[in-house]
Design a protein around this ligand. Structure first.
Ligand code: ADP
Ligand code: MG
Length: 319
């Protein structure tokens, strides 16, 4: 059985690229580059609430960092440093080796130094504090949306929710569809480069973690706008192709959690620019509606033109 210090040394101490003093002292030392503002965010993953305790530890290491990177992406910030709070039921060396390999795979892909953390014993909980940089004043917040802006979403929202439903035996997908959806749930791609490219283009942005409509509600609230979503514009084909029926596909796309796609609002005259970014980055960007001048009112336009008024509720741990 190794000590806490051996464990930290073995699994969480790696060379850093841009940290003056990282793991091993009482505090880390780092310098933001001149003219840059820090963007800081914390996200926790609790076993049994956010993931199944038997989740593959390599995937879990990746996802723990990826969901935090997604928050920085949603501000248009460049990720730089992470701190890892780890609560472990015991020191399972094989589990820790795989977890840290997954975490560092994600860290090196996105240029993040693990600069410190804390390790305690208890029910499995993973917490990351992430720090990123952006030119001062250039953050893309939830509050900048304007009436008439297009509403866009990246990638394929809904896959992760179908993956979760498949793991919980609530839905029957074809074997290929099942694998595709579970992969989306367990190995999300944080849209870091997209977030950076949207600086100066998107007026408002967030990452979709608790369901698209519920999260859109946060933009409506902060930007004092309404929204009209056009069902005919929703990217449903790939969800249908997994074997989900129409109702399951729509619910997964509009209300499913764990997507970590970016939802953003941009002026209609920037459409070509947004599509150019999509092309350059090889990411699908879907224009799904527009902001309206009716504060906090969300409308869905059915394919036959009828208007529906859904509830704006995402996942709430205490509801
Ligand atoms: P202290 O007792 O002074 O708070 P700790 O023993 O908690 O220090 O941590 C020692 C060093 O190891 C610190 O630099 C801390 O940032 C780092 N550390 C502890 N746990 C982790 C972890 N899970 N991941 C990365 N660094 C860690
Ligand atoms: Mg100390």
């Amino acid at each position: 059985m190794s000590s806490e210090f051996e464990l930290i040394h073995r699994h969480f101490t790696r060379p850093t690229a841009h940290t003056d003093l990282a793991v091993g002292d009482d505090a880390a030392l780092m310098r933001p580059r001149p003219g840059m503002q820090l963007a800081v965010s914390t996200d926790m993953l609790v076993a049994g609430t956010h993931f199944f305790p038997d989740t593959d530890p390599h995937d879990l290491g990746w996802k723990t960092l990826a969901v935090n990177l997604s928050d920085l992406a949603a501000m248009g910030a460049e990720p730089r440093w992470a701190f890892l709070g780890l609560t472990l039921p015991g020191a399972d060396e094989a589990w820790l080796a795989a977890f840290s390999a997954g975490l560092f795979a994600c860290a090196s892909r996105y240029g993040v130094d693990l600069a410190g953390g804390d390790t305690t014993r208890g029910p499995l909980t993973l917490s990351i504090t992430i720090l990123g940089e952006l030119p001062a004043g250039k953050a893309i917040t939830r509050a900048g949306g304007h009436t008439g802006d297009d509403i866009w979403v990246s990638g394929q929202p809904g896959l992760a929710a179908l993956g979760l439903a498949a793991l919980q035996h609530r839905i029957d997908l074809g074997p290929t569809g099942r694998e595709h959806c579970i992969r989306a749930l367990q190995h999300p791609t944080p849209r870091v480069e997209l977030g950076l490219a949207l600086r100066g283009i998107a007026n408002a942005m967030l990452d979709v973690s608790d369901g698209l409509l519920g999260d859109l509600g946060h933009i409506l609230e902060r930007s004092d706008c309404g929204a009209e979503i056009d069902i005919a514009l929703l990217p449903l084909a790939e969800l249908r192709a997994t074997g989900a029926d129409e109702a399951q596909a729509r619910r997964a796309l509009l209300a499913g959690g764990d997507d970590y796609e970016l939802l953003f609002c941009a002026p209609a005259d920037r459409r070509d620019t947004v599509l150019k970014i999509a092309h350059e980055q090889g990411i699908a960007l879907h224009r799904i509606g527009r902001l309206t001048g009716h504060p906090r009112q969300l409308m869905l336009r059915e394919t036959d033109g009828r208007l529906l008024y859904p509830m704006l509720s995402g996942y709430d741990h205490f509801a």
